[in-house]
Design a protein around this ligand. Structure first.
Ligand SMILES: C[S@@+](CC[C@H](N)C(=O)[O-])C[C@H]1O[C@@H](n2cnc3c(N)ncnc32)[C@H](O)[C@@H]1O
Length: 253
């Protein structure tokens, strides 16, 4: 039976690889690389470095899958995501059938933790549901950018006995969630924090967290929003890509 390991590799710091992940890397015959285009070449490079350091089976090989591009211009968000998922499922199905032998072990190295805002598990489940390629899969957790962000700022994610919500920039732009005071925002290309209460909400922002390029800014949103916007734009211009996450903490109530 084909085996797939979905391995969380942390969000940029090679030291964030767990011992379980290191053990898993040593079992792999084929590493599947998901090509997200030139802008993310740094991320592909980190994956290769991790493999070269920890994969002890010297006969391992690489297989590349091109990640289909999602149409981000259409207002029909759900339809565009469904169409993109279907093309992604096609690509993975072909890859698993053609590049992984019946008794081999393949691995997909996932940024951060595979269970948080990552489509790999869903796409594998979709391939299995089609019933054309049989395989078993295992998920190895990784340190998410959320954990890395909180650690770099040296703050807990939640306050005592309270909840915390993880959401996206798109959802935050519809309003600060009603029933929580602590919100982690990912995938925000639109600076949605500008729309929250500027005095009452504190922000703990981080970009490239865990890497040598790490940027951290914290304070009342109104006091630091311009600085975050400026540093974000400069870094994005310099590196060609940016990944940032932030914790918003409502001060009162
Ligand atoms: C597709 S999600 C992947 C999340 C990943 N599975 C995780 O556990 O962190 C990509 C988002 O994660 C966040 N992210 C990932 N790596 C990051 C890093 N090193 N620093 C800051 N944010 C990061 C950003 O919000 C980015 O838009």
């Amino acid at each position: 039976m084909r085996r797939i390991l979905v391995i969380g590799i942390g969000a940029g710091n090679p030291e964030h690889l767990t011992l379980q992940a290191v053990t898993a890397l040593a079992q792999v015959d084929v590493f599947f690389v998901i090509d997200k285009g030139d802008a993310k070449a740094d991320l592909v490079r980190l994956r290769r470095e991790i493999v070269e350091r920890h994969a002890t089976r010297k006969s391992y090989r690489w297989a590349e899958v091109e990640d289909p591009v999602r149409d981000r211009t259409t207002p029909a968000y759900s339809a565009a995501v469904a169409e993109w998922r279907s093309r992604r499922t096609d690509a993975f199905e072909r890859l698993l059938a053609d590049d992984l032998g019946e008794d081999e072990c393949g691995a997909i190295l996932v940024w951060g933790d595979p269970t948080l805002y990552d489509g790999t598990i869903d796409v594998l489940r979709a391939v299995l549901a089609r019933g054309h390629v049989a395989f078993d899969y295992e998920v190895i957790p990784g340190i998410s950018s959320v954990s890395a962000l909180a650690a770099s700022h040296r703050v807990p994610l939640n306050r005592v006995g309270r909840g915390v919500q993880i959401t996206t920039g798109r959802l935050l732009s519809e309003g600060f969630p009603e029933d929580v005071d602590d919100v982690v925002v990912m995938l925000d290309g639109r600076l949605a924090f500008r729309q929250v209460d500027q005095d009452d909400v504190e922000i703990f922002w981080g970009a490239y967290v865990g890497t040598p390029d790490e940027l951290l800014v914290s304070g009342a949103v109104g006091a630091v929003a311009d600085e975050i916007e400026r540093r974000r734009a400069e870094a994005r211009e310099r590196k060609g890509w940016i990944m940032d996450t932030y914790l918003l903490r409502r001060r009162t109530r």
